[in-house]
Design a protein around this ligand. Sequence first.
Ligand code: SAM
Length: 474
Amino acid sequence: MARIVEVQPDRWLPRGEALCKGVGEQRPLVVWSGIPGESAKVRLVHMGQNQIRGEWVSSASPSPHRVEPPCEKYYRCGGCPWMHLDAEGQADARRGRVAALLARSGLGSLQIGALQPCPDGLQGYRHVVKVGFGRSDMGRIRVGAWSRGSREIVPIPGCLAATEVLRRTMMSLAHHTIRLGIEPYDPKTRRGTLRSAVLRASRTSGEVLVTLVAAQRNRQLAELAEEVARGVNQVVGVWLHLNAGPGNAIFQRDGDGVVGVSALGGKDWIEERLNDCTYRIGPGDFFQTNPSVAEILYQRVLERLELVEGDAVLDLYCGVGGLALPAALRTGFAVGVEEIEGAVDRAREGARINRAPAEFVCDGVMTALPDLQGRLGSVGAKVVVDPARRGLEEGVFERIVGLAPARIAYVSCNPEALARDLAMAARMGWRVDGPIELFDMFPNTAHVELLAVLVPPAGQPEPSRRGPKRKLVR
Ligand SMILES: C[S@@+](CC[C@H](N)C(=O)[O-])C[C@H]1O[C@@H](n2cnc3c(N)ncnc32)[C@H](O)[C@@H]1O
């Protein structure tokens, strides 16, 4: 029988578990459904070499923020680790973690704003769902979410985070995969076909784009695509991405950095409208998971860049043009840089649809910046960076500074990387202007989206009023 211990976790871990330094032994105890500061009985479920994993059982005096999770799969699914906390408890925990990380980087005096809540509440916000394929202990095919702390698959037909149309699409996908007996990929034997699927729904049109990720081609995949599209009429396109590589990354790029997809049926884009801008999104493209919060975030970025007509805006890591397109509509000129070719195609289509004077460069940020120096280096450009979780690559900030920008808006989904990069900017004399803003892009998880604005050291030369050299290619 699993041992039960009485502990008091003392801090949050990045993925939403609570941590106790050690239980008699020297290994840390990671507690699912725990809350720092709350004394609790915890069942020890895994004694690993480096850490022990436990599950919260009960508390004699529960935290005032503890709630009964409304999802029946909460204790197995890894998707919503903070569903046992009310909205206030989640907001406090996010702010606390950001404050601790900033303090650790020597930025403890920075102001942290209140968490901007999700206007849609804590449920039904997910317009992107990543689905895994596997087998149960009994050998049955399973389609659903990855479980807590392992790669097991938990069926989630009633997922409360996903939109209604994505729940139906998931159910159809699971039903037909099982009916057709399509073999899930097994990473141990490297046999089987289906690994995962990415489903994206448009809040604006309700349309859904499905990207199946398979280790190999299989004729049944076309039949699966047809059945899913027939079963859910909002599914307008089903695409296939082949990934036979090791590791858990969903997409694999080829030698040219391209995320290759091929059609199983339907069109290769859906449209989303945020604020006054229409975006085209294709299979394999990044686009924000929570459109209602993205709308607020984008608005704040544009406001805090203090854009005026005539400004040149540079949107680095721009995806399908999330910020470059509305910025160009405001100022009359923006350049976006993105390394995924398909996303750049969609960004250019977005520029055409919105009649936005934006151009897009398909390249890595590090290599694109020297080329942009000649065009934007003397105009006091306003720069947006919205990198992937790892934050800015080494050397990128120096190259941005080489453009002598007037302001930099840094959007981040990883407070640890943001704190590190802001500390590096501070060492180069750049100052964080105003509060760091927090947005609840992923309710019920430990994730948080952040916005920080940087301004140059005093004494930076005034930009010339000469406009940027334009090279609009669409
Ligand atoms: C967090 S997303 C931001 C997208 C966009 N700002 C938005 O709001 O939709 C990061 C984007 O950066 C791209 N990316 C990652 N590393 C890159 C690099 N080194 N150079 C250019 N683009 C990169 C990814 O493909 C992805 O589209």
